[in-house]
Structure formats: structure tokens, C-alpha cells
Write a new protein. Structure first.
Length: 247
């Protein structure tokens, strides 16, 4: 059965989160007079991302709210006991710098244009609707998607099959009629494959090794290096009988 819809991850798939985060934390720490205390931009960024991943894991496990994980990111990063208001204010100042660097990857609009007449489109993100709805509006692509679903509101996050199935249900399509495009080999690649979707893993820059996404219950993710490869892949849907593009 042909693929009728594409579900998209946002951060580091459509939106260049890594570049924006690097620029945002650099400018924020410079403005706060804190950069020297972290041994330079890269060391500060590594610390920020390690803390972000740890707090996001707590959020995904239901141990803390979305806003709570933001506050705890600030507290751990600074090593200070801050009130909620103080942590919120610090994070909002960071967001101001981060948002100035927001940009789509250059292959996004051509891919969306190429698929506009043949496939429906929606978003499934491990963020919140408050964050991603606004981000997609600012980036000028909000109207490209008929649904935007996020973990904070769904109550379940990728790579759990329930997150992917909730998005398919919103589209009133079976999982095998839906492709998922995301940048993370486990959260996106293996998660979507295990949930029964056509899994398309975009590995820009070859950041991962071929073993980073093992075969899921429904086969290996299709690995692509650019979204320019996506229209041909969806047009031929090679899951059944033909070799996977996973390298």
C-alpha cells in the first residue's frame, strides 16, 4: 500500500537546532558575562547539551513538567539554587538569543514543495505544542502541516510506539500508510520502524555510524543524507522486497 502521509520531526530535521543552539548559548553567555567560566563556547555547549539531555529524559519519563525541565536545566548549568521566577527569566533571556538564529535547513522547502501534491504532512515532536507551533510559524512553514502533535500534550514521547500511533490516528491512517522522517537513529529511526511506519532517518553529515540504528521489528530505517532523496524514496516505497537504503 502506498505511503499517504509524512510525519516530520522538527529539531535537526526541518529546523537547524544544533546551529541555533550553539549561537544562542554563545551570545547568551557573552551577554551574561559567563562565557569565561565555562572554558569557551564548545565546552559550555557540551555541558548545556548534556544537561538538556538528562533533564529531557526526566521529562520523557514523566518525572517533571515541560517547564520544570527548563528550570532544572538552568539550575544545574549554573550550579545555583534559583527560584522558579529566576530560572524562567534566565531561560527566557537565552531563548531571545536562540531565536535570532532560527533557520530551516536549505533542503526543507524544496522537499516540501516536491511532496505537496502527493502526500499529506504532519509533525510529531518530543517537545510541546507551545514551542513547536510558534517555531513553525516563525519559520514560515506552519501551514504546510495539517496536524502538529507533541509529547508534552500527548503524554507519551518517541521512541514509544504510542507516540507514533497517536499521530497516525490523528491522520486517520494506519502506520504502514505513514512515513516518519527524523534525525535521531534511535528515537526517530528505530522508534518509527518498531511502530510499523516507513522509517526515514536523515543523517546529515554522517554524524552516526551504520550500526547506530539497528533493524526494527518492521525492518531497518531508510538512511538518507539529504531531503532531496526523500521524494524518490516515497515514490518507490522499497520496504517490501527491495533492498533498504540503510547503509
Amino acid at each position: 500500500m502506498p505511503i499517504k502521509a509524512v510525519l516530520w520531526d522538527v529539531d535537526d530535521t526541518l529546523f537547524d537546532y544544533t546551529a541555533a543552539d550553539r549561537a544562542g548559548i554563545r551570545e547568551h553567555l557573552l551577554a551574561e558575562g559567563l562565557l569565561d567560566g565555562y572554558g569557551g563556547v564548545e565546552q559550555a555547549l557540551v555541558r548545556w547539551r548534556v544537561i538538556t539531555d538528562a533533564q529531557w529524559t526526566r521529562f520523557s519519563a514523566g518525572e517533571v513538567t515541560f517547564q520544570g525541565q527548563r528550570r532544572d536545566r538552568v539550575r544545574v548549568f549554573l550550579g545555583q539554587e534559583l527560584t522558579d521566577a529566576e530560572a524562567d527569566a534566565w531561560f527566557e533571556r537565552y531563548i531571545g538569543h536562540y531565536e535570532t538564529a532560527w533557520a530551516l535547513f536549505p533542503d526543507v522547502l524544496p522537499a516540501l514543495d516536491a511532496l505537496a501534491g502527493s502526500h499529506r504532512h504532519a509533525v510529531l515532536s518530543n517537545s510541546s505544542i507551545h514551542v513547536q507551533d510558534r517555531k513553525l510559524r516563525v519559520l514560515g512553514v506552519h501551514d504546510r502541516f495539517e496536524a502538529i502533535l507533541c509529547a508534552a500534550e500527548l503524554g507519551v514521547s518517541k521512541p514509544e510506539a504510542g507516540a507514533f500511533h497517536a499521530a497516525c490516528a490523528a491522520l486517520e491512517l494506519a502506520p504502514h500508510q505513514v512515513a516518519y522522517v527524523g534525525d535521531h537513529p534511535e528515537i526517530d529511526g528505530r522508534g518509527a520502524a518498531d511502530a510499523g511506519l516507513l522509517s526515514v532517518w536523515i543523517d546529515r553529515g554522517g554524524a552516526y555510524t551504520s550500526g547506530d540504528a539497528a533493524a526494527g521489528a518492521n525492518g531497518s530505517p531508510h538512511r538518507i543524507a539529504t531531503l532531496a532523496e526523500l521524494p524518490a524514496l516515497l515514490g518507490s516505497d522499497t520496504r517490501f522486497g527491495a533492498p533498504s537504503t540503510f547503509g
